[in-house]
Design a protein around this ligand. Structure first.
Ligand code: FE
Length: 134
């Protein structure tokens, strides 16, 4: 099976192009795992036709997840890359522009490209490990 992405490297910066119709978060995790990037940051642009966002209610400590099935522009995407139990852990937030030019946003769980997706990944030479804080 062919790669679900292509990339170019300039030192610790990577230009990552994810194939159309792929799910961004799983491909980004695969890319980081493939290249051994366990600490870094990510930013990007693109277009998607479905996205699941998460909102954390601090009162109840409950996550509320919602899926939006419509064509949207990634007007901004930003996040960090760290490690949890030796595996890549992504924490990504996104703003999505709708056809009426309004914007929704939140913690990005998954979204599927319909158009293109171009991410910039910066690799850091340190290790940040996550563990649960009750
Ligand atoms: Fe978050």
């Amino acid at each position: 099976m062919g790669k679900r992405y292509g990339f170019k490297q300039d030192g610790d910066k990577f230009v990552l192009s994810i194939n159309n119709h792929e799910e961004i978060m799983s491909v980004l995790a695969e890319f980081c795992q493939d290249l051994g990037i366990l600490c870094g940051e990510v930013s990007g642009l693109g277009a998607v036709n479905t996205a699941t966002l998460r909102f954390l209610n601090p009162e109840t400590k409950r996550y509320v997840d919602k899926t939006f099935d419509e064509q949207m522009e990634i007007s901004s995407l930003g996040g960090n890359i760290s490690a949890k139990d030796g595996k890549v852990y992504l924490h990504v937030h996104v703003n999505l522009g709708r056809s009426d030019y309004s914007v929704i946003g939140g913690h990005l769980l998954c979204c599927t490209i319909n158009g293109a997706c171009e991410l910039i990944v910066t690799r850091f030479h340190c290790q940040v490990d996550r563990r649960l804080d009750e």
